[in-house]
Design a protein. Structure first.
Length: 296
C-alpha cells in the first residue's frame, strides 16, 4: 500500500496551539483526514503519539503519514497519453505546475477520453509510479500555468487554497478597444445563458456574485493588454466580464465571434503558489505564447 509522509517543524505566531488546531487551521487538513491520523496514530509529535488536544509549540517536529485507505479516490481514473510531453514550470514531490497549451482541455469529460492536459501529465508521472490529480481547470482555449497534484494528500488542501484565494492567479489578455479607466473592478453577477448552454451571461439564470480586478499594461491602436485578477472563480468569468464592458478578449469564439484572430488571447501568466503542509510561497510565471507577442 502506498503512503505519503510529511516531516514538519511547527512555525506559529502563537506561543502554543493544540495539535488539532495546528492540523486543521494552519495546515488546512480536512477533518476526515485528521480523524484517520488520530484513529490510526499516524501523527507523531517529537516521535511520540499524543492526543489531539495536546499543546504544541514552535520548534516541535510533526510527522504525518497518510495511506491509500484514507482517500476515497487514491488514484484518479486517467488514461495515460504520451502524444505530448507536458511543459513543466515547477515540480516537487507533491505537485506540478504545467504550462497548458491553448486548444487542449484540462481534463477528460467522457470515459476513455484522452488528449487532455491531465492525460499527458498521467503519462509523465506514470514513469515514476505516480498519478495526476486535478486541482483546478483552465478553459480549452486558455493557455498558461495550471497546478496538477501528484498524490491525494495534497488535493483537498490545494483546492481549499485556490477556493479561498490564498493561491493567487493572475492572467493576461488582449482585448478589443482601449479600456478606460486603465484600472478598475468589474463586479457583476454571472449566470447561465438561456439561449446557449455553452455560454454564461451577466445576470443570467441562477446568477452568482463575480468580481474581477483589471489593470491595463499596454495598448496598441485599438487593443489593450490587461492584467486580470479573480476574486471569484465563475465559469468563463474573465471572458464574460470583459465582454460586458465592451472589451471582449481577442479571438474569443463565444463572446467575440466577429474577431479576426484565430487564437483566444487569454493566458494564465502568474501563479503565487502555496505549497501544502510546508505552507511556503513560490511565484511561478508562464512564458507568453507567440500569439501574444505579435501584439506587443
Amino acid at each position: 500500500m502506498q503512503k505519503w509522509e510529511y516531516k514538519l517543524t511547527v512555525s506559529s505566531s502563537k506561543e502554543e496551539i493544540s495539535l488539532r488546531e495546528y492540523l486543521q487551521k494552519q495546515l488546512l487538513i480536512p477533518k476526515h483526514l485528521i480523524f484517520a491520523l488520530r484513529t490510526n496514530e499516524r501523527v507523531l509529535v517529537n516521535n511520540k503519539y499524543l492526543p489531539m488536544n495536546f499543546a504544541i509549540k514552535n520548534g516541535d517536529e510533526i510527522h504525518l503519514t497518510f495511506v491509500e485507505d484514507d482517500f476515497s479516490l487514491p488514484v484518479q481514473n486517467l488514461i495515460p497519453d504520451n502524444s505530448i510531453k507536458p511543459e513543466i514550470l515547477y515540480e516537487d514531490a507533491d505537485l506540478l505546475v504545467v504550462n497548458k497549451p491553448r486548444g487542449f482541455k484540462t481534463h477528460p469529460n467522457q470515459p476513455g477520453e484522452t488528449n487532455t492536459l491531465l492525460n499527458f501529465c498521467e503519462s509523465y508521472l506514470n514513469q515514476t509510479n505516480q498519478h495526476a490529480f486535478m486541482i483546478h481547470r483552465l478553459d480549452q482555449f486558455t493557455s498558461g500555468a495550471i497546478i496538477v497534484g501528484k498524490n491525494p494528500a495534497v488535493v483537498p488542501i490545494l483546492v481549499r487554497l485556490i477556493k479561498d484565494k490564498i493561491i493567487h492567479r493572475n492572467y493576461l489578455a488582449w482585448t478589443d478597444g482601449i479600456i478606460t479607466p486603465p484600472t478598475g473592478t468589474i463586479d457583476k453577477p454571472i449566470g447561465f445563458d438561456p439561449d446557449d448552454k455553452r455560454k454564461r451571461k451577466i445576470d443570467g439564470i441562477k446568477p452568482l456574485q463575480a468580481k474581477t480586478d483589471y489593470m491595463v499594461q499596454s495598448t496598441t491602436d485599438n487593443q489593450s493588454l490587461v492584467e486580470l485578477s479573480l476574486h471569484t472563480g465563475r465559469t468563463h468569468q474573465l471572458r464574460v466580464h470583459l465582454a460586458s464592458i465592451g472589451h471582449p478578449i481577442v479571438g474569443d469564439p463565444l463572446y467575440n465571434p466577429n474577431s479576426d484572430n484565430d487564437d483566444m488571447l487569454l493566458h494564465s501568466w502568474k501563479l503565487t503558489l502555496i505549497r501544502p503542509y510546508y505552507m511556503d510561497q513560490i511565484e511561478i510565471k508562464s512564458p507568453l505564447p507567440d500569439s501574444f507577442r505579435k501584439f506587443m
